[in-house]
Write a protein that binds this ligand. Structure first.
Ligand SMILES: Cc1cc2nc3c(=O)[nH]c(=O)nc-3n(C[C@H](O)[C@H](O)[C@H](O)COP(=O)(O)O)c2cc1C
Length: 340
């Protein structure tokens, strides 16, 4: 078996499985490819059963910190008489990170389906998708998907006749890295300058307009319909014990095929480089970041570190957004200066 085919075995297309189907972003094609089946199944469960399912799956937030998603949902107080909100973090500002925009372009209805299930679980009737303002193409694609979902009765009043109402708004941010931080994002969404709030109180009790709010990343929410359809055990059959499930790794830098590779959490850089067609000719790995430029650098010694939340931390870095950026040894720069 060649080195490349060994690496191909680690590919685990779940969230990316529809990406190469033409027009998968339209609701008709999405429905032909299992779309909105997870929602129909979710409506046969109670909200608490769905929260428990997501807890059991071990899903951890894909926005960087890896907080357990089901636990976050369970913090939303029930019977408090206040509106509850879901805010989807689609700011994707961390340098090197480019998974949420392709997901919204290729498969926006998986995000919308995840939003409906999540809102049903946390008893929310309003969700906002906060998208980085520069990615106008993604904003238009998601707006179009929201319109399609309303037209087919997946959004609005009495969804699928189940007595559940949900409105979804797409909000374009003005483009500030700090607005990816969840509380700055909430300030920005409310119309203020985006600056982080002091915590506590946390968004679960005092979020959007001081009401209980769940803030989750795009990839996190898009995972939910798959978990509902496949079950917690299936989800845990991928990835590692403490970091279960598939993950979209974004590889950039001096490799032959930079791009998105979805593999089980715990995949190593050595495997990812093989998937990406190897290092470019004449380049050798010197240092790299496992999860965007805010994560501490690793070196060629760390080729076999399992890239899950625990493995990256044990190596002295962080998994972050799994934006794997590879750098090269110094060579003459444009002005003849060494570039490191
Ligand atoms: C400076 C800063 C920038 C951040 N940018 C993003 C971002 O662009 N997208 C994102 O999903 N999370 C970002 N986060 C993490 C969010 O604050 C929050 O933890 C996340 O949206 C929660 O979603 P999750 O539990 O699904 O990961 C950022 C955090 C910090 C401190």
């Amino acid at each position: 078996m060649s080195a490349i085919s060994v690496a191909q075995d680690v590919l685990t297309p779940v969230l990316t499985k529809r990406w190469l189907t033409s027009d998968a972003w339209t609701i008709d094609t999405y429905e032909l490819l299992d779309g909105y089946r997870g929602l129909r199944k979710a409506f046969t469960a109670t909200p608490d059963e769905l929260i428990q399912l997501v807890k059991d799956s071990g899903l951890r937030g894909r926005g960087g910190a890896g907080f357990p998603t089901g636990l976050k949902w369970s913090f939303i107080p029930q019977g408090d008489g206040k509106p509850h909100y879901l805010v989807v973090n689609a700011d994707e500002g961390e340098p090197g990170t480019c998974k949420d925009v392709p997901l919204m372009m290729a498969d926006p209805h998986s995000l919308i389906e995840g939003i409906i299930i999540t809102c049903y679980a946390i008893r929310s009737n309003f969700a906002a998708i906060y998208i980085r303002g520069e990615v106008v193409h993604a904003i238009r694609r998601v707006q179009n998907a929201v319109r399609e979902a309303y037209a087919k009765g997946y959004l609005g009043k009495n969804i699928l006749g189940k007595g559940f109402d949900l409105d979804v708004v797409v909000h374009a941010g003005a483009g500030a890295y700090i607005c990816g931080e969840e509380t700055a994002l909430l300030d920005s969404l409310e119309g203020y300058r985006g600056q982080p709030r002091l915590k506590p109180p946390f968004p679960a009790t005092n979020g959007l307009y001081s009401s209980p709010t769940v803030v989750n990343n795009v990839e996190t929410i898009a995972s939910v319909p798959f978990i509902v359809l496949g079950g917690a055990d299936w989800w845990k059959s991928m990835g590692t014990e403490k970091s279960p499930g598939p993950k979209i790794y974004s590889i950039s830098g001096r490799v032959n095929r930079p791009g998105q590779y979805e593999c089980g959490l715990g995949t190593t850089l050595r495997q990812l480089i093989e998937l990406a067609g190897g290092m470019k000719e004449g380049h050798q790995l010197k240092f790299w970041t496992p999860g965007g430029s805010s994560t501490p650098m690793l070196t060629a010694e760390h080729l076999d570190v399992p890239l899950d939340f625990e493995g990256a931390a044990a190596a002295g870095s962080m998994l972050g957004t799994t934006a794997v950026m590879l750098q090269r040894p110094g060579r003459p720069g444009l002005r003849g200066l060494p570039v490191h």
